[in-house]
Design a protein around this ligand. Structure first.
Ligand SMILES: NC(=O)c1ccc[n+]([C@@H]2O[C@H](COP(=O)([O-])OP(=O)(O)OC[C@H]3O[C@@H](n4cnc5c(N)ncnc54)[C@H](OP(=O)(O)O)[C@@H]3O)[C@@H](O)[C@H]2O)c1
Length: 825
């Protein structure tokens, strides 16, 4: 930016709170002068940059800049192509380069500026044979050869007087992909779709030297071309065989894209049977693929991406959710991301309007090639969307009430929660309830024979209490996945005097099972229950004028939870289903329940405690019902109702991987402020009085001691200081405890992602020392052994020896000696 004359015109027009402006120049003197000149603009940063050298090597992050402005500078470099490739490396996908360049040769300029050596330093003589300036056309050509999709030059009008066209403004937009040659060295395994996305992706990848294998669903495992296979999607052995083959020669990591979901027909074309078939196909093949990856032990060198189309609702975009049948895959993805963070790449939901266009494929590739850590992404109308959990404080009341001259249907109506919902409705004025239970239930004439203390007896007592309040309760024993039974029930309801006005759909099956151990039959069974059951209910009632259709889902389908991949797959179908109904103009509300009235439901206290440890507190039944009332009467489509201690939950959730999903949820910890006012802890006092040379050793020994406590290590056993936290046996909960203990004893706020960002004791110690405690420790300098000193002189001297020069065992032995003393802290 030189003297900053262009900058001087631009800065006053930029919104300070939304702008980050980086002023660069080759020389430090220009940069220093600019700091002075633009001191009134706090959003400006200053950095030296030589655009002829790779910017990443100069400390710039690649693909982070939305707009780059260069006024009469780029021509003054030796190679335009190389210079533009560096500019391209700085620009974000779709970012813009704004150039001001002289494009007309003028003799007086050559005579004047030509006296400077720099004017003639170009060496790309195949482009510029005898002069440094490029014509408009040459710029256009160079830009399109270096990764810029659109180029506009101004002024465009021919015939302007020459003086007006000496300088040209050139605006070039970087394409949305950031693929750069040479090859990344990764392998690519694409489970290819019939829509052409995988095929185009493979072509693009191969064109830049990437090794790419395509896999198609077929009859059996077969290599059909040098880099193409078929496998039987229902045979896990085929996936294993394929992985063994593909990874055999693969030295580095492998990106795996599951695109088979894209072959699911749009929802309108599906019958109950085909809906189930295709949902099973999409989710079942993801399950087999993950299981085969686990079996092959290649989860740490592979990254899995799940690709769907129009399976996710996007705020502000009217969509038919035509990919509803693919939505369970997103529910599965949320669990996979928690259970196998190393394996997890992300989920990308493509735009149904341009599924297999070049742009769509470029978007997908850019997401994987050069992602920014977002793992829930959708593309619509040329825009990229990411998923965020948002507080829903602006619910609009729409005046829905239950009333006496209508009938309400509750599936799972005789389970604890179903009956409570029934009671709640009767208390609000409902007088006609239809409850469905899959178990046979005695007819009213038999009720006197049922022991009052039996489960059935208690349910009968509740029904009778509702009847005493004037309500009529009809119980049907039926399986909601049985179309004939459900048609029959709806037929009977339609013949009642009071029209059906509301449905609460709560039927579900619980149970836990890890992804690794899950039998495909279990996944199929639960898919059958919720997908088929829901679809049948929807089909049978879609022409009835309902006030509400509420689906009960769970918080797990929003953020995942371990060992419940099947449950969250189907619950995520329900999450999306309500948006689909809204698109059709029908009422639809999905509630993602947290841990409701666990005690009243007889849930084991240990389970409740385990949820509390991760921040999910028990939601009392009354609280659940009050929230239900608000939601029922609102315009909400999908809402989470749970009691969450976000301070704990966010830490657990991000314990093993940084996640953007909860960034909008605040979790300010009051506890930390309290800690600050407490008396100074012992370790801090020791750190402050210790000689500089010993502080690092002391701090590392202290962190190691805290980790030992968490791992329950006895005696002189100590965890490795260089091995990863999770490798030495810590889990997410321990990571939080470690963070909390360190905060409490060092009186410093630490990030939630502490053990993710600093993966072992040494790196954590260095971070705390340098960034937070502001100790006088410079890099490893303080870890150097003190020469010519008696080893017994410094208390922690041995520990502060150069860690790089010692074996792990030696370091451990040294630290063990010192830790004896720390036991008292
Ligand atoms: N309770 C919570 O904390 C919580 C948390 C998150 C989400 N939820 C959701 O809220 C809803 C109710 O929760 P809950 O804890 O009461 O669930 P639950 O105890 O698992 O009850 C589910 C009910 O569904 C019935 N059912 C199963 N298969 C059926 C079929 N084929 N046809 C008809 N009914 C069938 C079950 O009947 P049988 O028992 O007779 O088999 C049972 O009554 C569920 O959808 C659940 O996913 C609850």
């Amino acid at each position: 930016a030189g003297t900053g004359s262009t900058t001087g015109y631009i800065l006053p027009h930029l919104p300070p709170l939304q702008t980050e402006y980086v002023f660069t120049d080759l020389g430090t003197s220009f940069v220093s002068k600019a700091k002075e000149k633009f001191r009134d603009y706090p959003f400006v940063r200053y950095q030296t940059l030589d655009i002829e050298v790779d910017p990443v090597a100069q400390g710039f992050e690649s693909h982070q800049y939305d707009v780059i402005i260069a006024a009469n500078v780029l021509h003054a470099t030796t190679s335009i192509k190389e210079t533009l490739s560096h500019v391209r490396k700085l620009l974000a996908p779709g970012g813009q380069l704004v150039l001001l360049e002289a494009t007309t040769r003028q003799r007086w300029v050559d005579l004047w500026i030509g006296m400077l050596e720099g004017w003639w330093r170009f060496t790309d003589t195949e482009l510029r044979s005898d002069h440094p300036l490029l014509s408009k056309e040459q710029w256009q050509q160079m830009l399109s050869e270096t990764g810029f999709a659109e180029v506009v030059t101004l002024p465009e009008t021919d015939g302007l007087p020459e003086v007006m066209t000496m300088q040209t403004v050139i605006i070039a937009q970087a394409d949305r992909t950031t693929v750069e040659s040479p090859s990344s060295g990764k392998g690519w395994l694409l489970f290819g779709d019939k829509q052409g996305v995988a095929q185009k992706l493979a072509t693009q990848l191969r064109s830049v030297g990437e090794a790419c294998t395509l896999v198609w669903p077929g009859e059996k495992y077969q290599q059909i071309a040098p880099e193409e296979f078929t496998i039987n999607p229902n045979q896990i052995a085929d996936y294993s065989r394929l992985l063994a083959k593909v990874t055999a020669n693969q030295q580095t990591s492998i990106e795996i894209l599951h695109l088979w979901s894209l072959d699911t027909p749009v929802i309108e074309q599906l019958s109950v049977e085909t809906l189930l078939t295709f949902s099973k196909k999409a989710s079942g093949t993801v399950l087999f693929l993950v299981q085969a990856l686990l079996k092959a032990g290649c989860t740490s060198q592979s990254r899995l991406w799940l690709v769907t189309c129009d399976a996710e609702p996007v705020q502000g975009i009217k969509s038919s959710i035509s990919g509803l049948a693919q939505s369970p895959v997103w529910g599965m993805g949320r669990v996979i991301s928690l259970e196998y963070p190393d394996l997890w790449g992300g989920m990308v939901d493509l735009d149904p309007q341009n599924l297999s266009t070049d742009e769509s494929v470029a978007n997908l590739l850019a997401e994987i090639w050069d992602g920014d850590g977002e793992d829930h992404v959708a593309f619509r109308d040329e825009q990229r969307y990411v998923t965020r959990l948002m507080p829903s404080d602006q619910l609009e009341s729409v005046g829905i009430k239950v009333h006496g001259d209508a009938t309400y249907l509750i599936t799972a109506g005789l389970d604890y929660f179903g009956l409570k919902l029934g009671q709640w409705m009767v208390d609000r004025g409902a007088r006609n309830l239809v409850m469905i239970t899959p178990q046979g239930f005695p007819l009213p004439a038999q009720w006197t024979d049922i022991p009052p203390q039996s489960e059935e007896g208690k349910k009968i007592e509740t029904i009778q209490s509702l009847e005493k309040k004037g309500a009529k309760v009809i119980v049907f024993s039926a399986d909601i996945t049985d179309q004939a039974q459900m048609s029959d029930i709806l037929e009977q309801i339609n013949q009642l005097e009071k029209p059906l006005k509301g449905i609460i759909h709560g039927a579900s099956v619980g149970g836990e099972c890890s992804i690794e151990k899950m039998e495909p039959q279990l996944l199929e069974f639960v898919l059958g229950l919720k997908i088929v059951g829901t679809w049948i209910l929807h089909q049978l009632t879609k022409n009835i004028e309902l006030d509400f259709f509420v689906c009960c889902s769970s918080v797990g389908s929003i953020w995942g939870s371990q060992d419940q991949v099947h449950d969250h797959a189907i619950n995520h179908f329900l999450d999306t289903f309500s948006y689909y109904r809204r698109y059709l103009g029908l009422p639809g509300l999905t509630i993602n329940w947290g841990n409701i009235g666990a005690e009243a439901m007889g849930v084991a206290p240990s389970y409740v405690e385990s949820l509390e440890r991760i921040g999910l507190e028990e939601l009392q039944l009354e609280q659940a019902l009050s929230a239900f009332e608000v939601l029922l009467n609102s315009n909400a489509v999908q809402t989470l109702i749970a009691r969450v201690n976000w301070g704990i939950f966010k830490q657990v959730y991000q314990g093993q991987k940084s996640r953007q999903f909860l960034v909008e949820i605040e979790s300010k910890s009051e506890e930390f402020k309290e800690l600050l006012s407490a008396e100074q802890p012992e370790i801090l006092k020791q750190l402050q009085i210790a000689p500089e040379s010993e502080r690092m050793g002391l701090l590392i020994a202290y962190i190691q001691y805290e980790v030992s406590k968490l791992l329950g290590l006895q005696g002189s056993k100590r965890p490795s200081i260089e091995q990863g936290f999770f490798e030495i046996g810590m889990d997410s909960l321990m990571a939080i405890e470690l963070k909390n203990n360190l905060e409490a004893n060092l009186l410093v706020p630490l990030p939630d992602t502490l053990t993710f960002e600093f993966s072992n004791i040494v790196s954590l110690g260095e971070y705390i020392a340098k960034k937070i405690l502001d100790l006088e420790i410079v890099g490893h300098a303080q870890l150097e052994p003190k020469k010519n000193e008696d080893k017994n002189d410094g208390k922690y001297q041995e520990v502060s020896a150069n860690l790089k020069e010692l074996s792990e065992q030696e370091i451990e032995d040294l630290i063990n000696q010192e830790l004896e003393d720390l036991g008292a802290i």
